[in-house]
Design a protein around this ligand. Structure first.
Ligand code: ADP
Length: 246
């Protein structure tokens, strides 16, 4: 395996009442990679991310992340090891400003009872400015997060993960409900933040998958059906069959 390998999922299996939602899966993601996982409903995409972040426990197999086997760690330990996950519904504090949301998500910020007592260090302020630029929210930093558009809320949540500096970031349908310009901006954003880490995105929106233009993994019945650049995958007979359902 190359030194660039960040995540090595080997022989991973999980069964729900005897039904294998993930079936002996091998899945590898390198550093600086932006991987898109697609597949029809029920293919096992969400379950795969749930297994990586410890929300669901594996029945068998390993999830090697750097030098750790994530199947042996708690959800909290997995976050601490450097894995961040964004779910589809944003979980931001609507009554706080964008800046306060980022502050509370910074390492140590979660233990602060109220943002009023938060100690602003120059390093944190600089980091917040840098993240605000990445997530296109410089002008909105001191605005209440509840006033942001749907797309901006999604970006804020990505920023709230970035401030913890995860080495692996997993996003569940980040462009659902976004306008076309927001979708294109998100593709650019994800391509930028993959530097020095890896990003895994579950996606249904094929236009977005094309915008991202990266390696795609197609899941079907808990297994990898095809893997490669979108242009190759979309012409694969098996993939076409699964999507067209015949
Ligand atoms: P996808 O995200 O690709 O749509 P999921 O990972 O949500 O697919 O689901 C894969 C399969 O596993 C589905 O058949 C789903 O019904 C089943 N499944 C997922 N989670 C559970 C669970 N907690 N209990 C029972 N079955 C589950």
């Amino acid at each position: 395996m190359s030194d660039q390998m960040l995540l090595e999922v080997e022989d991973l299996t999980v069964s729900f009442d005897g039904f294998k939602a993930i079936d002996d899966l091998n899945f590898y993601v390198e550093r600086n990679e932006l991987r898109v996982v697609i597949g029809p409903n029920g293919a096992g995409k969400t379950t795969l991310l749930d297994l990586i972040c410890g929300k669901t426990r594996a029945s068998g197999g390993k999830i090697k992340f750097r030098d750790k086997d994530l199947t042996k760690l708690s959800e909290h330990q997995i976050v601490h090891a450097g894995v961040g996950r964004k779910f589809q519904t944003p979980s931001i504090y609507e009554n706080l400003t964008v800046r306060q949301n980022l502050e509370l998500s910074s390492p140590g910020g979660r233990t602060v009872l109220s943002s009023l007592f938060f100690r602003r260090t120059p390093t944190l302020t600089a980091r917040i400015d840098e993240i605000a630029e990445t997530i296109y929210l410089v002008a909105e930093l001191d605005m209440s997060a509840g006033l942001l558009s749907h797309g901006q809320k999604q970006w804020l949540e990505i920023g709230m993960l970035l401030i913890q500096d995860p080495e692996l970031l997993m996003l569940d349908e980040p462009v659902a409900g976004m306008s076309v310009p927001e979708r294109e901006a998100t593709a650019a954003l994800l391509n930028r933040i993959k530097e020095n880490r890896a990003v895994i995105v579950i996606e249904h929106d094929m236009d977005f998958v094309k915008d991202i233009g990266r390696k795609v993994t197609v899941l079907h019945q808990g297994r990898i059906l095809a893997e490669g650049p979108m242009e190759t995958v979309q012409n694969d007979e098996r993939v076409i069959e699964v999507y067209l359902g015949h």
